[in-house]
Design a protein. Structure first.
Length: 158
């Protein structure tokens, strides 16, 4: 089963933390629909823009139990209740970095949230992007660590 042409269901739901904790990380029909919308409207166009090279998905779907276990936000879109979210890392790409993917999404696609996750002012460690069909805010944020906690601030180019 595929979520999209380049994301398998297994890849979208796999979590080592869930496996270790014995949690079944399975989306319901509505959550799966939201995941497919994100994959088709954001992930696949990004992959094509990056020359078709595989993009490493570090987090996609999380059931509520898994999200709680790993300390995810209560309203995390990774749970796919309202829209869906994906974390992606371009570190293995021969030509593009995370900052390129971030900018391409920002200027070319509709999305709910796009987050520059940690990293430096030149390149995030990974990018987080969510999609909520019909309710996309095109909100661009930057995640920073402050006093051991992650804070989200409005993204401003440096």
């Amino acid at each position: 089963m595929e979520v999209s042409p380049h994301i398998s269901y297994k890849e979208a739901t796999k979590s080592y933390a869930a496996i270790r904790a014995g949690i079944k990380n399975k989306p319901n029909k509505e959550q799966l629909k939201n995941m497919i919308l994100l994959a088709i409207n954001v992930f696949e166009p990004l992959r094509e823009a990056m020359g078709g090279y595989p993009i490493r998905v570090t987090s996609f779907f999380r059931c509520e139990k898994l999200n709680e276990l790993i300390g995810g936000a209560e309203n995390s879109q990774h749970i796919a209740l309202k829209g869906a979210a994906i974390d992606a890392d371009m570190d293995t790409h021969p030509k593009f970095e995370n900052c390129h993917a971030f900018d391409w999404i920002r200027y070319n696609l509709e999305f709910d949230q796009l987050i520059w996750e940690q990293g430096t002012k030149y390149n995030p460690d990974w990018i987080h992007v969510s999609y909520n069909q019909g309710n996309n805010r095109n909100q661009v944020l930057r995640a920073i660590r402050k006093n051991g906690k992650t804070e989200y601030i409005k993204y401003e180019e440096l």
